[in-house]
Design a protein around this ligand. Structure first.
Ligand code: TXA
Ligand code: MG
Length: 315
């Protein structure tokens, strides 16, 4: 079982050290407990998906101690600054465009040119991010399909030895996930309702915002956004070798590979490398990207889910 530690400054130091070393740390926010990892370390981020047993790579929210840290890595539009001034720190996350030099792992963004940023109000969480000195990727600290945790004991019962350390600060005051609003386009669009309401946001902006329908037909809903992202080259999965003109993305000891997801056949490493490899091979030198077979187990299911989307006929 993981160690559950009270949120003292000594334990915050311990948790920050664990995060910097690439370990998973669960921490409280005012919404729900998050399962945190170093957002700049793709292998640490891959551990999150593994621990949650997520069947697909949903993009994750990245946590910061304040808005200044966010603006170093993302483009803050005037609307984003206006909303930040009113609602941060708080229960709202902004989807923003990545700056070119943004060090956040592509796995966090699930290959999208954006990432979701949040500055939580919980003082202990803010201290943790400040002491750690790195952006912290964190979904809710529960296994996929289970309810979000609002107590440290929920996290311990659900994730058990999948998490290295849990910081305990009692019950979450809001107990419902943050609102996710996409500010990367022209019109602010609420992707997920949450702690801050549509009315609150419209009061501040003095304009209407769009609410993406939760209907999966909507191209604005996060799940669908994923299927809209694909390399510009066609992708072929379960390929034993490349055809003429194709780049080959190998796995394990596949010969003649331009790049390899994991030479040792480690699925965690493969997940960590997936989006960066697809990005690098998406080059007009090639006519397509052929990807070696990936076993359909553990993180391999999420990798194959992503590859199926990348292979799907383009709109
Ligand atoms: O309250 C919360 O938001 C908690 C605490 C820990 O901060 N976090 C949380 O994260 O609920 P998660 O991973 O369970 O939910 C992230 C949501 C998903 O709906 C995801 O699709 C959306 O944010 N999201 C993240 N990045 C995105 C992006 N670049 N574009 C569109 N949607 C994104
Ligand atoms: Mg969740």
């Amino acid at each position: 079982m993981p160690s559950v530690l009270n949120l003292t400054s000594e334990n915050i130091e311990k948790a920050a050290t664990a995060l910097r070393a690439g370990e998973l740390v669960a921490f409280p926010t005012e919404t729900v407990y998050g399962l945190g990892a170093d957002a700049t370390n793709a292998r640490a981020v891959a551990k999150i998906y593994e621990a949650k047993n997520r069947p697909s790579f949903n993009p994750l929210i990245v946590h910061f101690p304040d808005v200044e840290h966010v603006s170093q890595m993302a483009h803050m539009s005037p609307v984003a600054n206006q909303l930040a001034a009113h609602f941060w720190p708080g229960a709202i996350s902004f989807v923003l465009s990545r700056k070119p030099e943004c060090p956040i792992s592509k796995l966090v963004s699930a290959g999208l040119p954006t990432f979701a940023a949040r500055v939580p109000a919980q003082a202990g969480a803010q201290n943790l991010f400040r002491v750690a000195g790195i952006p912290i990727a964190a979904p809710s600290a529960n296994r996929s399909g289970r309810v979000s945790p609002t107590l440290a004991s929920h996290v311990a019962d659900d994730l058990r030895d999948k998490v290295d350390l849990i910081l305990d600060d009692g019950p979450c005051t809001i107990g419902l996930e943050s609102t996710v609003i996409d500010l990367s386009g022209k019109i602010p669009t609420i992707l997920r309702p949450g702690g801050v309401t549509q009315e609150d946001i419209e009061d501040v902006l003095k304009r209407q915002v769009i609410v993406a329908s939760s209907n999966t037909e909507s191209p604005k809903s996060p799940g669908m956004l994923l299927s809209h992202y694909a390399p510009s080259l066609p992708v072929r999965m379960n390929a034993e070798c490349a055809n003429a003109g194709e780049a080959y993305l190998g796995f394990r000891d596949t010969p003649h590979a331009e790049m390899n997801l994991s030479i040792s056949g480690n699925l965690m490493e493969a997940a960590a490398n997936l989006f960066a490899c697809l990005h690098d091979l998406d080059d007009p030198r090639w006519t397509g990207i052929a990807v070696a077979p990936i076993p359909e187990r553990s993180l391999g299911r999420a990798i194959n889910d992503r590859l199926r989307r990348a292979c799907a006929p383009r709109a």
